[in-house]
Design a protein around this ligand. Structure first.
Ligand SMILES: Cc1cc2nc3c(=O)[nH]c(=O)nc-3n(C[C@H](O)[C@H](O)[C@H](O)COP(=O)(O)OP(=O)(O)OC[C@H]3O[C@@H](n4cnc5c(N)ncnc54)[C@H](O)[C@@H]3O)c2cc1C
Length: 399
């Protein structure tokens, strides 16, 4: 049996960043933590569930957190800055424009492609002397004992740990064994993603457009491309996925308009059914859930990993405090440590779940009264500097 201070199940964005962040901590006396990451698929695979063709927007605050963890330098050259955000509602005048220069910031956020990010993070995991990357590997069974968690992997290896972290995404096997109370909701929407090339340069501009078919976002990315996230009904998603490239570009052009000129290319499309999946109290005896294992959000506001990264940063801070306690042997899975950490995350999680669900429902509804109210809302925010600042502050990931 091999003992680790922390075992992380799942090496996607949340699990990999957590492992790398924890690897610089040491126990009182200077002994570094021993960490294992159990991951069932290498990111070099074409269809990796955590590091696929998706691009995600990182809020400015997420950059700060990654800097504090010493990881931003790893991603810097993969990140495209968002200089401005334009929010519009199809068929209405209301419009909101946020610009980094108005807030004297280098950028409102950054867009990264998950596949190359995954390859970089894996290289780091593989070469870190304090981390054992067990990949491909899967948990067969695990048991919570009073002073440790014991895990048997499918290949027969046996591990023990003070703390098991479930970072294994929205179908978390760790979460499902715990049978914690959760809130689930089917948004009756699917998100289509694709990388598109446009006639006009994006100049770092991100667009969020509310259309009759659902919200549509174009995020600026490398090589002049923009990353599309288009949320539509499952039936419409099926139709859009089956179109050939010219017909898909035509459909997109009709909804997005000519803000970036003609859409000249559209790459491979992927489709994600959208659900809310929230674990109310994502911790248990010697086990904690982070990232999508704890909360799967609607992508409308691009906040899923930004929230997951705040879980990671808060967990590292809680564990750092525990290992730096003098005068007693630290216990990283102690009830007090996990419950303090868990309680500290509840408000942020509840706020984001509420905000993204409300936006998804409000901006996908074509009721004329709601559409008018929404438009007035956009115009009011546009005209009111303090409301606009609040929104910009939230978009940057600050509370
Ligand atoms: C269309 C779309 C757009 C998005 N846009 C944004 C955005 O702009 N900004 C943002 O912040 N977020 C965005 N998100 C959300 C973001 O992508 C996720 O929140 C984030 O990638 C989740 O990371 P994770 O590590 O928590 O989970 P996952 O990415 O699901 O990683 C889980 C990991 O666990 C592994 N795993 C699973 N099961 C097992 C098992 N049994 N054993 C071992 N390993 C296992 C998987 O292989 C994977 O590596 C978007 C999501 C979608 C769908």
């Amino acid at each position: 049996m091999t003992h680790y201070d922390v075992v992380i199940n799942g090496g996607g964005m949340a699990g990999a960043v957590l492992a790398l962040g924890l690897s610089s901590l040491s126990r009182a006396g200077g002994q570094p933590l021993r960490i294992a990451v159990i991951e069932h698929a290498s990111p070099s695979l074409d269809h990796h569930s955590g590091f696929d063709a998706r691009s995600i927007a990182l809020a400015g605050h997420s950059r700060e957190l990654l800097e504090q963890l010493g990881l931003w330098s790893l991603l810097d050259d993969l990140a495209t800055p968002i200089n401005a955000i334009q929010v519009t509602d199809q068929g209405h005048l209301g419009q909101l424009n946020l610009s980094a220069t108005d807030y004297r910031l280098p950028a409102l956020g950054y867009v990264v492609e998950l596949h190359p990010v995954g390859l970089r993070l894996y290289q780091q995991l593989q070469h870190n002397p304090h981390i054992d990357l067990l990949c491909p590997a899967k948990i067969h069974t695990w048991l919570q004992h009073s002073s440790q968690v014991q895990l048997t992997l499918q290949d027969g290896r046996v591990l023990s740990t003070q703390l098991l972290v479930g970072a294994d995404g929205s179908h978390s096997v760790v979460a499902s064994q715990l049978k914690l109370e959760r809130r689930q909701f089917d948004y009756q929407q699917s998100a289509i993603i694709a990388n598109v090339q446009t006639q006009l340069p994006h100049q770092g501009r991100a667009f969020e457009r509310f259309t009759a078919q659902g919200p549509l976002a174009l995020l600026p990315m490398s090589a002049g491309r923009s990353s599309l996230v288009w949320c539509v009904s499952p039936a419409r998603a099926g139709e859009l996925m089956s179109l050939d490239e010219p017909s898909f570009m035509l459909a997109l052009q009709q909804e997005f308009g000519y803000r970036l000129g003609k859409i000249t290319r559209s790459g491979q499309r992927s489709c994600y059914p959208l659900h809310l999946n929230e674990v109310r109290r994502p911790w248990h005896h010697r086990v904690v859930l982070i990232g999508n294992a704890a909360h799967l959000l609607h992508p409308i506001a691009g906040q899923g990993f930004n929230l997951g990264l705040r879980d990671v940063a808060a967990l590292i801070a809680a564990l750092k405090q525990e290992v730096s306690q003098g005068g007693r042997v630290s216990d990283l899975g102690a009830h007090a440590v996990l419950s303090d950490y868990g309680q500290s995350r509840l408000a942020d999680q509840a706020e984001l779940v509420g905000m993204t669900s409300a936006l998804a429902l409000l901006f996908s509804n074509r009721d004329p009264l709601l559409a008018t109210g929404r438009n007035l809302g956009l115009m009011t925010i546009a005209a009111c500097t303090s409301l606009k600042s609040k929104l910009a502050w939230r978009a940057m990931g600050k509370r």
